[in-house]
Every structure is written in C-alpha cells, then in structure tokens.
Design a protein around this ligand. Structure first.
Ligand SMILES: [Fe+2]
Length: 298
C-alpha cells in the first residue's frame, strides 16, 4: 500500500549525499520484531545491499538489544521491497524512489496538469482512494499507522467493548487506510480496496455497468454514515471486495482535527440513510475463511 509508505518516507527524511546512518536527519522507531525493545529504521542514500547489490540507496533496520540498537541481524530494503511491519501480518511495501508516470502515446492529456487523458470507458475511476484491512487488533494496527507511519485518526468505531475500526489519513483526504476488526478472528485479511470517481453520479452509472457486465454487487449505491462516502461494493472475479466511492469534497484541513467516535448505539442505526449494513459486509474478506458465527459464510 503506497500511502502509508509515502507517509513513512516523509517521516524518514535523510541528509542528501550522506552514506552513513548516523548522518540521517530523522529516523523511524518502533518495535518491529515484537521483542519489547525499540528498533530503528534509517535511510542510507547510495548504499548498496549487503551482497553488493546496487540499490542506489536503502533502508536499514537496526534491532534494539539490551544495550541499545545493534547491527546484528539488520536488514536492508530497497526501492520496492515488501516488508511486514505491522502486527496483523499485512504486507506493506516500502519504497524511497519512484519515477513520475508518463502516459504513453495515445493517452497523453491535452492539459499537462493531469496524469493522462480521460479514458472514457468502464467506470473511469479517478484514483485509488483507500484500503480497508481486516485485523485482529484494530488498536495496535491504528497505533502503528499513527505512531510509525505518521497518520492521523479522523473517525473510529468505538463499540461497547472497545475500538472496532479506525479511519486514518496521511493527507488531507478524510481517510487513506482503514483497519476494522475481523469478526472471524483472522489476522491479515483484506476487507476492500477503493477507487474514487469524480462524481456521485459515476457511482450510479458504475452500478449499471456492473449489472450489464455480470459483476456481483454486494451492496449499494448508498451512503456511509462514517466519512459520508457514497459507495458501491462489488466483488472482482477473484473474490476481493472492491469499493467504488465518492466522498464529495470532504477534506480534513484542521491540523488538530478531533477524531469522531461512532458508538455501538449509533452504528445500530445503520448507514447514513438508515439502510442496514448487509451481513456479508461483516464476514466476507480475502482470503476467505469460515465464519464461526455464520456457517457457510466467508
Ligand atoms: Fe471503503
């Protein structure tokens, strides 16, 4: 997932030209290996890999010990290395270099301030909007997103037995990453990935397109209470839930934004206009697992 990674890199700004971890301007600390001791990630520009690979720069993990951090067992990660850093087992990618997309001939925009020409086919989504992970411990995952990746909580579900969901942003959008409690008690699953459209009307048209194309519509079009997102949920052929969404012009511009907590009583009222949330929304995730509370459901 690129957004938290981007946020992490924002936090890990290093001194250009330095070849030594000690010269890095800032670093990221957390207990990455779960041994109860603080660990460290630093950037090393122009550093080759431990086997002499020409990374052109790298991240290096330094694990904490009884007497402080040490290079023993340290790991290098290059530009698009997949690394599992959060406690629930979702794999997050770290990258520090990228190149700007240049549209191929035939997709060049007439206006240079957009990535490519409007495709004009299918749903024509504007961008990846957010990802929603299912997890065993949404509090630990939320804290990882905030403390390690530099995110900010904008809204939460706080049920009678505690936090069951957290919406986190790394930008001025209402949310980029969501962690919600997996009712099956399974770690590391995906609830959905979402793509944003320009208008709410696009969501209605997307439903018509899904109908015509035989794409399974799970629920919607409708409006969430949380974040007020106008939504449509479909399953792609592999079974992953995909959301097509439009959040209107909701932006978080206050740096001291106060998280909105939704209580169990408020959640029981359903979605924004009273639609009850479909049961599969609480159980289906990928990879599918048997739901102990709903035999046969995944
Ligand atoms: Fe969503």
């Amino acid at each position: 997932m690129l957004l938290p990674v981007a946020a992490m890199l924002t936090a890990a700004v290093w001194t250009a030209g330095s070849a030594h971890a000690a010269d890095c301007a800032t670093k990221v600390t957390s207990d990455f290996n779960g041994d109860g001791l603080a660990d460290l990630i630093v950037g090393e520009p122009f550093r080759d890999g431990p086997g002499g690979e020409e990374f052109g720069g790298a991240f290096r993990t330094l694990y904490g010990g009884a007497t402080g951090v040490s290079t023993a067992g340290n790991q290098y990660f290059n530009a698009s290395h997949v690394i599992d850093l959060e406690s629930d087992g979702h794999e997050l990618g770290i990258y520090y270099e990228t190149s700007w997309y240049r549209a191929p001939e035939g997709l060049r925009p007439s206006l240079k301030n957009q990535a490519q020409a409007y495709p004009g086919r299918g749903v024509s989504v504007r961008r990846i909007d957010h990802i929603n992970y299912l997890g065993v411990d949404p509090v630990a995952n939320r804290d990882f997103a905030v403390d390690v990746l530099g995110g900010m909580v904008t809204e939460q579900i706080v049920l009678d037995d505690g936090v069951a969901g957290s919406w986190t942003t790394f930008t001025n959008k209402g949310y980029d990453v969501v962690y919600t409690r997996d009712r099956t008690g399974t770690a590391g699953r995906l609830h959905h990935i979402a793509f944003a459209t320009d208008t709410r009307e696009d969501i209605l048209r997307a439903a018509d397109i899904a109908l015509e194309q035989g794409v399974f519509i799970e629920t919607g079009p409708h409006k969430h209470a949380i974040q007020q997102t106008f939504f449509l949920y479909v399953y792609e052929p592999g079974g992953n839930r995909v959301e097509l969404c439009n959040a209107g012009a909701r932006l978080v511009l206050a740096p001291d934004w106060q998280p909105i907590d939704w209580t169990e009583e408020e959640r029981a009222k359903g979605q924004a206009w009273g639609l009850k949330t479909i049961a599969s929304f609480h159980t289906h995730g990928t990879p599918p697992v048997a739901d102990p509370a709903t035999p046969g459901a995944t």
